[in-house]
Design a protein around this ligand. Structure first.
Ligand code: XMP
Length: 319
């Protein structure tokens, strides 16, 4: 794409002019925006950039490993992987109120990021994947950490607090333009086309108390569900699809035995911007096949439900 190619060259020049020979830190989440920002900045200034990936242990199956592999091995970008799953799980122990969950995760996320960023000597800039719609932002995600560290609604004042200046190379772009730029930078289509994923991660897909056991079940079930959607060629028609694990166990029968396991809720919606959404009309065959696969392949689940709530009145996420 000619336009994006020249946009890219321009953006690289601007980053070089702004940053000079100083060091830059970029928070990575595994999402498209922060990834595109990081790769673009790396093209501009190479190893003056260090990425910090705060891994809260609430990502999907294999996601953390994929982020690390992509950045370290494919792109050769210096990356600090702060694997803090235990820290986050510990802090979330006994917490079931959705807002307390979000605040707990948001606060820890900032603490860990700040700690790791503080170890990077001589850093003067903080890079963020802020997009144009974020700049004119009207929505607030009630305190959760964003996919990138977006000061306006998530980590208000962090750059100032850390004495860092902001680098925001995506500030003029809309989401589809960021995707085009990502392609221009060589990111695989599969990565660029991924459904949105919330900053607080699986925590808000696990209503009630979060446990390691529940997260493991959820990760397995979600992977089977998404695999089904991809196999049936439906992934790109859907804005967002995911499994949620419900805070209840129900009785079932398997072979000649009684089971008492978790119930899951599957969600899939179409949407233009996430502000409103309709539930996706899967066929009954698809739903039946998916429920059977999940129950057969995932230990600890014996019941699957499909969420037919649109937004409003529901939200896309469970909490
Ligand atoms: P809801 O559940 O409010 O979600 O209908 C709308 C869209 O926003 C995503 N979402 C978040 N994204 N940080 C994020 O970066 C958050 O705290 C957050 N909460 C919800 C959600 O996945 C959906 O795409």
């Amino acid at each position: 794409d000619w336009t994006m190619a020249s946009y890219k060259d321009d953006a690289i020049e601007k980053i070089r002019a702004q940053v000079g020979d100083k060091r830059v830190i970029c928070g990575l989440s595994g999402g498209v925006d922060s990834s595109v920002a990081a790769i673009l900045i790396h093209e501009a200034i190479g190893d003056q950039l260090t990425c910090v990936f705060v891994d809260h242990g609430l990502l999907r199956l294999n996601e953390a490993e994929e982020v690390v592999t992509m950045f370290r091995d494919n792109y050769n970008i210096p990356l600090v992987h702060a694997d803090e799953a235990d820290l986050f799980l510990g802090a979330l122990e006994g917490v079931s109120d959705p807002e307390v969950k979000r605040k707990t995760i948001g606060k820890l996320f900032i603490d860990v990021f700040q700690r790791e960023a503080g170890k990077i000597e001589g850093a003067e800039f903080l890079a963020q994947g802020t997009l144009y719609p974020d700049v004119i932002e009207s929505v607030s995600f009630s305190g959760g950490p964003s996919v990138t560290i977006k000061s306006h609604h998530n980590v208000g004042g962090l750059p100032e607090k850390m004495g860092l200046k902001l680098v925001e190379p995506l500030r003029e772009l809309f989401k589809d333009e960021v995707r085009a730029l990502g392609r221009e930078l060589g990111l695989p289509d599969k990565f660029i086309g991924r459904h949105p994923f919330p900053g607080p991660g699986l925590a808000i897909r696990c209503p009630g108390e979060i446990t390691k056991e529940k997260l493991d079940i959820l990760r397995q079930a979600d992977a089977v569900y998404i695999d089904q959607i991809r196999k049936h060629g439906l992934y790109d028609e859907i804005w967002q699809a995911f499994a949620a694990i419900l805070p209840l166990k129900t009785v079932g029968v398997m072979g000649d035995g009684r089971t008492y396991d978790y119930a899951l809720s599957l969600r899939a919606v179409t949407s233009v911007d996430g502000m409103t959404a309709d539930y996706y009309p899967f066929t009954h065959d698809f739903l039946g096949e998916t429920a059977t696969r999940i129950i057969n392949e995932v230990q600890g689940v014996n019941r699957v439900m499909y969420d037919v709530t649109s937004k409003p009145p529901g939200t896309i996420e469970m909490e």
